[in-house]
Ligand binder design. Sequence first.
Ligand code: MV4
Length: 508
Amino acid sequence: MLALVKRGESYINMKKILIANRGEIAMRVMRTAREMGINTVAVFSEADRNMPFVRYADEAVCIGPAPSSQSYLRADKLIAVAKETGADAIHPGYGFLSENASFSKAVTDAGLIFIGPSAHSIEVMGSKIGAKQAAKKFNVPMVPGTEEPVKDVAEARKIAQQIGYPILVKASAGGGGKGMRVVNSDDEFEEQIRAAKSEALNSFSNDDVFIEKYVGSPKHIEIQLMGDQHGNYVYLFERECSVQRRHQKLVEEAPSSCLTPDIRKAMGECAIAAARSCNYYGAGTVEFLVDENLNFYFLEMNTRLQVEHCVTEMITGIDLVKEQINVARGQKLSFSQDDLKIHGHAIELRVCAEDPLNNFLPDTGRLEMYQPPKGPGVRVDDGYEEGMDIPIFYDPMIAKLIAHGSTREEAIDRLRRAIDEYYVKGIKTTLQFGKWAVNVEAFRTGNYDTKFIEKYFRPEFLSESNDDADEVAALLSSIVWEKNGTAKTSVSTAGNGNRSFSKWKLNR
Ligand code: MV4
């Protein structure tokens, strides 16, 4: 119950925090706050009045109508409520205002603590070009490309010719895959740059774009790190998030099945270098692309606590929210790199109110029945209860199912067992998709990359849900890919240069 903490000569008091978020992440943050003896203030929209996070909080204040633009995105209201309730700090969770530099600044200017990085760090990393320029100074490896916004198209075209096609055009203000375009040949270069610029201007009110060599079938591996306000940093190893669809992650695991201890260490140190480049403090994640030869390249930095932080918590035993709070009130990190060790393996499945049989379209409605799984090695972070309506206004993720085991195999077996125990009626979910995914040969052997779903998934594989059907579906999945070879290329980033098989190996 140490709410009063010594920082040098002065004391920073944190008795009460406001959580500027909803659902499972609001619950997640409040649980840790309660363990630390810190009171909580929930804010909620009119649609969320009956949510568990509203009841869990010590105090709760309605901040407006259902649409986020009139509630969870209203910085002015959030700060006013924090002041009125006497909160000392605001935790933004993920999404909403969590990566908004002006919000971080406004919170601080109001005399409150923002539980997250400084406005400066958010601003630097929010610009993909700015992030690359900052990280480059610290020798973080980058995909070959431009480090300035494309100004002269003819000049950029020459650079593209030198790099070699296919190349990727990215919006500097984009991120998370928004505003990316593949250019396959020289003759479409100018046209694609123009299209990318106008798209970027429309979506982000900023038309800066840059180009990179297109890496065909990469893995997406990210490093979790923590920094304090005294210049200390640690990395908390990696998460592999290659099972994603339309840049929406569905399965995440830690550690990655393909990294060696040496590469893990090299990536961790590069992630810290990227964080140092913007004087980062708090929890952050550096995303890398990893190719088949285990070359890794800096992509971008996420300046928030991420959805998938739980797998890192399971393998390190560290409560990341607790560390965020301690760092925000000025404490030094309580552990060093040498104190950290990987314990076993964890896999997370995002349980979304989506229909995998119908293009993963959101399927909102009433959660008629809901019973989450329990037992050894199972963690469920959820935000709804049986009988509730899932509102259409927000993200369709209703829960995260995390399984931990002493080995990857045990974690997979536990996840499958937990999916079988998970009882949901009234809405379609990604649960059976998850059971299919971890059973596919390519996933089991670690030989998978960001094209996993595109390569192997067919909705037919989910239509029957007895165990025999699961085995058959998993088997069929590899056969379909062998037969079709490179045939199916539906997503925007699918270009040429794809090999028919990747050769990722399991490393332990
Ligand atoms: C790439 C790439 C290939 N080559 N950059 C997508 C999200 C954004 N953070 C960057 N992304 C990519 N950047 C180069 N030079 C492929 C992707 C990419 C991807 C990255 C991570 C996870 C899933 C992905 C799915 C499609 C494309």
